[in-house]
Every structure is written in C-alpha cells, then in structure tokens.
Design a protein around this ligand. Structure first.
Ligand code: NDP
Length: 244
C-alpha cells in the first residue's frame, strides 16, 4: 500500500549505481518505486531489501533500447496505479575509446541507450502526464553534457543531446515538470562495461578517486521531486569538490 502523499516513481536503469541509490532514497521517502533494468536478479534483490526496510517497490525487466519494452514498463505502471507521477530516465552506458578505434557497435549502443532510451521514456510517459495535467520527467545528463573530453566524444554527444532534448521539453511544458540532473564522477558500475580496456581502467581509477557517492545524486533527485508541483528545478549540475 502507498500513502496518499507518496508518488509513483519509475526509474530506468535501477539495477546498480545511481538508479539503485535513487530507488533506496525515494522508497525511504515513502514513494512507490517501479524499477526497470535488464538484470532482473539484481532488481529482485534490491526490491527485497527495500521491502524489508519498509518501503514499497516492484521491478520489471526493461530494455530501454526497445520502444515496446519502455511502453510496457510505463503503461503497465499507469494501468496498475492510474497515474505516473515521476519518470526518471537514468539508464546509461559509457564505452570510452578514441574515434579512430571505430568501435561503431559501442557508438550505436550509447546512442540507443542514452539518447533513444530517454526519448522512448518521454514518448511513453508524456501523453499520460499531459492527459492528467501534471507529472515530472527527470533525465540524467552528465558533466559530459557540458564539456567534451578525448575518448568520450560519442558519450558526450549523447549527453549533450539529452541536455538539448530536456531543455526543449522544458520549454514546451506548462504542466509537466522537467529536470536535468547532471552529475560528475560518481561511484557506480558505469566504467565496467565495454570501451577500450586501458581507457576504461583510467576512467575507473579517476571515478574512484574523485567521485561522489551515488547517494549524493539520489539526494539531489529527491530534492527536485520534493518541490511543490508548481516549482520546477530545471537543472542540477553537481560534482565532488575534488573533480575540478
Ligand atoms: P551503472 O552502470 O551503475 O548503472 C547503469 C544502469 O543502466 C544499470 O542499472 C543498467 O542496468 C542500466 N542499463 C544499461 N543498459 C540498459 C538497457 N538497454 N535497458 C535498461 N537499462 C539499462 O552506472 P551509473 O549509475 O553511473 O549510471 C546511471 C546514469 O548516470 C547513466 O545515464 C550515466 O550516464 C549517468 N552518469 C553517471 C556518472 C558516473 O560518473 N557514474 C556521471 C554522470 C552521469 P542493466 O545492465 O541491468 O540493464
């Protein structure tokens, strides 16, 4: 059961890192969290922990590169609860390499997950929120949406694009709140998948040394959600003090 004040919050990419930390924070705040990712074993363990701690949570297998999968995730929650209050488009991948390495499959994967995945979420949730005249879409950007680094051109391109589409959505919205949350280095599993092994290892070391806990990003997301419905936190950029 959810309390009358709790929100129905959908989180993509909730099986690790920022998504999992956000699920924990929002469930502790009394919201009902609906979690999606491909690794359902991880989601099942997380939901069990959240319920043990007194929260309400559920999980569903989700691949954000599939429009059908995202629609089923979003519309399924809408059918069960009659509303969706918040969608957090968090799923992301970062495979670092120089462009001349031509790791084109990884370029496609970053575009499909980071950019198309976010668009799929917007397409699924926006009409439902517009119909109610309220809602909140939170897209996870990055400090990489503001500065391009060598070896990160395609990742940065996807995050610049997420930043652009989030701003466009915000400009078009008078009812639905739209927030971009852009963290710097954050402790998570982001550097563990794909990319040039040496470059990924260097990025992992930098993130471990200079990064923030994922709970710090979760707290920022929670603060945006906690504003009154008429107040929209447009953009949060945050880095550890050591990142520079
Ligand atoms: P993690 O690797 O820990 O988490 C990424 C999440 O995305 C996982 O839950 C993963 O779940 C999910 N995911 C990946 N591909 C898909 C897919 N096709 N469908 C559904 N879910 C998918 O990294 P973070 O927590 O760091 O990443 C979360 C977001 O934060 C990303 O958008 C990332 O770009 C952004 N970010 C991270 C920063 C950092 O330094 N860590 C800095 C700035 C932004 P599964 O594999 O189970 O599907």
């Amino acid at each position: 059961m959810t309390s009358p004040h709790s929100k129905i919050v959908l989180i993509t990419g909730a099986s690790s890192g920022i998504g999992a930390a956000t699920a924990g924070r929002l469930a502790a705040d009394g919201h009902h969290v609906v979690l999606g990712a491909r690794r359902v074993d991880r989601l099942a363990a997380l939901v069990a922990d959240l319920r043990l701690a007194g929260g309400t949570a559920e999980y569903h297998q989700l691949d954000v590169t599939s429009r059908d999968s995202v629609y089923a995730f979003v519309r399924g929650a809408h059918d069960r609860y009659g509303r969706i209050d918040v969608l957090i488009n968090n799923a992301g991948v970062m495979a670092l390499s120089t462009l001349d390495a031509l790791r084109t499959d990884e370029w496609d994967q970053m575009i499909d997950v980071n950019l198309r995945g976010t668009l799929h979420g917007v397409a699924a949730a926006l009409p439902l929120m517009r119909a109610r005249g309220t809602g909140h879409i939170i897209n996870i950007g990055s400090s990489a949406a503001y500065r391009v680094d060598p070896t990160a051109a395609v990742y940065c391109a996807t995050k610049y694009a997420v930043r652009a589409l989030t701003e466009g959505l915000r400009q078009e919205s008078r009812d639905v709140r739209v927030t971009l949350v852009s963290p710097g280095y954050t402790h998570s599993e982001l550097t563990e998948h794909g990319g040039d092994p040496q470059i990924q290892a260097a990025a992992r070391a930098a993130a471990e040394e200079l990064g923030m806990p994922a709970t710090a990003v979760a707290d920022a997301i929670a603060s945006a959600i906690a504003q009154p419905d008429t107040v929209d936190i447009n953009e949060i950029i945050m880095r550890s003090t050591t990142q520079g």
